[in-house]
Design a protein around this ligand. Structure first.
Ligand SMILES: Nc1ncnc2c1ncn2[C@@H]1O[C@H](COP(=O)(O)OP(=O)(O)OP(=O)(O)O)[C@@H](O)[C@H]1O
Length: 483
């Protein structure tokens, strides 16, 4: 197999790889590095934890060393934490160059960033919103001469999710030169391929991992069917077991909202689990502090929203627990990809309620693999059920007293005003959209139910059971906690 030197990288870069412990290039690096060195645009789609970052950082550093100037390269990424992680890779691998980088993300001092930008760093790593703000408000720097534009997690940058980058991306794309190399990477590029191809037109090289399953082999993927009301007791039980059975352990738990994330963090702490939260309602400094304490194993549990689902590379993570079943298979792929990275083993456990079974089927269909059932000692769960429910309720009351929802609303309105939107008009629009979505969901559910009924007569399957079966899998309905 070719080493880094055979890919056309200079000896100093090969030495940097060696020092970092990167002995052999991974397949995505084997495929993409020569194409990028040839000057082609590149679309790299490879599984989570497969080394996509070095696949673009290494050839960019090589080209930078041949013709160093600032600003040479712009990297866009959807989250602030990811921007810092990418910057670190540039710094470590580019140390012999005396590389100057600049991180431009929201939640940090804008004046300091503007000053840094004016000093012409070689590489700028940015989230789109903050970089667009700088472009609109300052003329002390220019990205007109960049040689490389990288979009990491490119599909996320282009999709119109809860954070919509479209307007900011337009501003950025208008400010970069047409003659440039564009590099697009993600574990889930294919859904947005057409849009992405419009961005990469210079003899684009498309690299996609050829594998029947879209998640990594070393990942053990399980589901645990739980009634909605007793989810948290199962969660506590899972963590307790894991803590009892392992000495050196670390877990990421994903939740669907900032509020649930915060409540569960408080609750797990009450059970003395070393837990730290990461969500977008936290101040940026708190977010960084939380992540760094988790990375250094001061805290063993990171409980996070999807702000942490993409890109984060924390090798010690052995287990990912999905407290909610992700609504999109793509989100599932990224979440569970926080473990079993770079050839390591890992486990993912998804808590599934009777209402989420269709989501599991969609996930299984996309990843081309059936999830196996995770078995637990249900009597043990029942033993802690009341206590968990009481503690959760206490945490909810405490959070309500801290006006969490109100703060969230104020933050949202502030953000909208900054974006030039009318918060009341937006609220109306959102309500209308929610109505349409609900209607569509009901329709889909009806179709799903009809299909399930058709299938019901078929043989049992190894994967997640069908909608018609869930109650049969559950323990006798457990007692409810206090209201
Ligand atoms: N050639 C290599 N040999 C061994 N380890 C490597 C190699 N290249 C990268 N790695 C390591 O693999 C890990 C995952 O790499 P990276 O974060 O780039 O993954 P990714 O493909 O971008 O994943 P994601 O899709 O989750 O963002 C990192 O810790 C990195 O240092």
């Amino acid at each position: 197999m070719a080493g880094f030197a055979e890919l056309g990288l200079s000896s100093w870069l090969v030495e940097q790889c060696r020092q970092l412990g990167l002995k052999q290039p991974t397949p995505v690096q084997l495929g993409c590095i020569p194409a990028i060195l040839e000057g082609r645009d590149c679309l790299g789609c490879a599984k989570t934890g497969s080394g996509k970052t070095a696949a673009f950082v290494l050839p960019i550093l090589q080209k930078l060393s041949e013709d160093p100037y600032g600003i040479f390269c712009l990297v866009l990424t959807p989250t602030r934490e990811l921007a810092y992680q990418i910057a670190e890779q540039f710094r470590v691998l580019g140390k012999p160059l005396g590389l100057k980088d600049c991180i431009v993300v929201g939640g940090m001092d804008m004046v300091a960033q503007a000053l840094e930008l004016s000093r012409k760093p070689h590489v700028v790593i940015a989230t789109p919103g903050r970089l667009a703000d700088h472009l609109r408000s300052s003329n002390t720097f220019s990205i007109k001469k960049i040689r490389f534009l990288v979009m990491d997690e490119a599909d996320r940058l282009l999709e119109q999710g809860c954070t919509d980058f479209t307007v900011d991306l337009e501003a950025i794309l208008a400010a970069v030169p047409a003659r440039r190399q564009t590099l697009l990477f993600s574990a889930t590029l294919t859904d947005t391929l057409r849009e992405l191809q419009g961005l990469a037109t210079n003899q684009p090289f498309f690299w996609e991992a050829q594998a029947p399953v879209r998640t990594v082999e070393q990942l053990d993927q399980r589901y645990l069917l739980v009634p909605e009301k007793v989810k948290d007791a199962y969660l506590v039980h899972l963590i307790q077991n894991f803590q009892d059975e392992h000495e050196d352990w670390s877990i990421i738990i994903f939740t669907n909202t900032c509020k649930t994330c915060q409540i569960l963090c408080m609750m797990l702490r009450k059970f003395n689990f070393p837990t730290v939260a990461l969500h977008s309602m936290m101040k940026q400094k708190e977010r960084f502090a939380a992540l760094s304490k988790f990375k250094s194993s001061i805290y063993r549990i990171l409980i996070a929203t999807d702000v942490a689902s993409r890109g984060l590379d924390i090798p010690t993570v052995q287990v990912v627990i999905n407290h909610n079943t992700p609504g999109l298979p793509k989100i599932y792929i990224h979440r569970v990809g926080r473990t079993a990275r770079a050839g390591r083993q890992g486990q993912a456990i998804t808590l599934v309620t009777q209402y989420d079974i269709h989501l599991v089927h969609a996930i299984e269909e996309q990843i081309k693999k059936k999830l196996e059932e995770f078995s637990v000692e249900e009597p043990e769960v029942l033993q802690i059920l009341t206590q968990v429910n009481v503690v959760r309720r206490e945490c909810e009351i405490k959070l309500e007293a801290a006006n969490f929802d109100e703060k969230k609303e104020i933050n949202k309105r502030k953000q909208m005003i900054l974006e030039g939107k009318d918060p009341d008009l937006e609220a109306k629009r959102k309500a209308e959209l929610a109505k349409i979505k609900q209607k569509n969901r009901r329709f889909k559910e009806k179709v799903e139910q009809a299909l399930q009924r058709q299938k019901a007569s078929g043989a049992g399957r190894r994967g997640c059971p069908s909608r018609a079966q869930p109650e049969a899998c559950l323990s006798p309905a457990p007692a409810q906690g206090p209201a």
